[in-house]
Design a protein around this ligand. Sequence first.
Ligand code: CDP
Length: 597
Amino acid sequence: MNLNDLPSPVALLEPQPISLDVLLEKYAKGSEASLGDVQQRVARALASVEAEGTRDSWANEFLQTMQLGFIPAGRILSAAGTDIRATLINCFVQPVGDAVEEDLPGLPSIYTALSQAAATMRRGGGVGYDFSRIRPRGALVKGTHSTASGPVSYMKVFDRSCETVESAGSRRGAQMGILRCDHPDIEQFISSKDDGGLKNFNISVGITDAFMRAVEADHEFELVHTARPIDDVVAKGAYQRPDGVWVYRKVRAAELMDRITRSTYDHAEPGVVFLDRMNEENNLHYAEVIEASNPCSEQPLPPYGCCCLGAIDLTKFIIDPFKPGASFDSEAFRKVVSRAVRMLDNVLDLTFWPLPEQRAEAMSKRRIGLGFLGLGDALIMLRQRYDSPEGRATAATISETLRDAAYMASIALAEERGSFPLLDAERLLQGGYAQRLPGHIQDAIRSRGLRNSHLLTVAPTGTITLAAADNASNGIEPAFSWTYTRKKRMADDSTVEYVVEDHAFRLYRASGGDVKQLPSYFVSALEMSANDHLQMLTAVQPFIDSAISKTVNVPADYPYEDFQSLYKDAWKAGLKGLATYRPNSVTGSVLSLESAN
Ligand code: CDP
């Protein structure tokens, strides 16, 4: 298949003004003026790590892979092949210890962690952290005979630092802060953004199975830490368990869960990540422990783990869109998946690493995260509703195809380049996810190896959909609306307004469709129930070895009763995490204002 055989009339659509502006502002360098120019640079850069003598032909292959629908993540588009010393990795997870000054092996002190965060963000990477090691308010600080101030107060320091550090490549820094549900400061954490604070953080509660079982049984739940409390807290009932851990207080688990859900309903945060599920499903369950995820939750990662991301635009593979016989071109899709795996594997060798620890971690595991975007629009083009069993079945089949093609590509790469050093095939195949791989893929991993410990992630694709996919629906999401006005703040603080149209909507009109009377398969995010959103995530997650960034969007008047069981349902469905969004007074409407820096 080559460019001339593109299966959809998408190539005929003129780019929308917003697409070109975002492309020029975020990605284009020097004299580059079009998506094609950016793709040429990226193709050449990713081919530069191939063997001498083969680079030109790989550059052509990579260029064609992008023209056919593969979109490397924003950091790659922005910095690959330039002389900017920025990372090509969108985001990382970094550890934070409990000490103010002393670095322990693998566990930096709070201020070392802060400077590591600055080093990463300065080079353009987002950072996720688990702050649970930091001792709670009311814990003893032995050296100075004082009382600890707790993780939330330190998060404020990270928040300000993030705001101040100039991020490479026209992007604001993004951070994820996680606190375990059994940390004594959990209530303070849950409400830490209520007053509009911690603006440079997404926050999520790290939920354990033990907690969810306590919620179900309406039991009490211990809030614990290894650090000793001050005498006042002991006098109020804190005690040390036989295992040495201090129980600061007990709470009714169901009440704590309700507090999380209420806050989410009112302020859209915190999200949740299910820690036990992340670890059981992890291909590297035998080699690492995951305590946190990246800023938008699509990659559960160990300390210094990285998200080497890229997404395939599913709308490019629809043959005869909107026609009764519309179909998905799996054969073409598989080829693009296979090449994209090679390109992301190359990114790991090409990128600048802000910290040596990140490089060492990536070299031993070679984790990558290939996913898709435009699922919502692709289903529309196939005349299927996103909230229907048929739509979910199609999404599952596409995800299964993605999985199988990506694993086979990584197996072939292992033969050519070697497996990732920490591969232990037998143990990897005992992981929850790997057990679901088809038998022939399991056998091939045993006999031929595997290049990458993880291959699949569905990221939000917030910027690349605008710049490189004609505003197709983001990641796994349904379209948010068919047309809307986007305000953009410019460098001089003035604002510019753009009318932005959804890709499927534009294409439908360009194909002669009547957009005043859209067919019923044009279903947008706010027209379906929270449960419909959840069901799509449940259909796709089993095929994705990392995770999926999914926001359950509900309208402002969505009843709390229909919302309150959402996180419990997500846990029961075996998901790794979830975020929700209901318009609210603190963050306002999700699409309101996009900053130009
Ligand atoms: O569209 P693009 O490739 O730029 O990124 P995305 O798919 O919207 O986001 C992927 C990941 O990049 C997010 O989960 C964040 O971890 C990270 N990110 C960030 O660190 N800072 C931002 N301003 C945006 C995204």
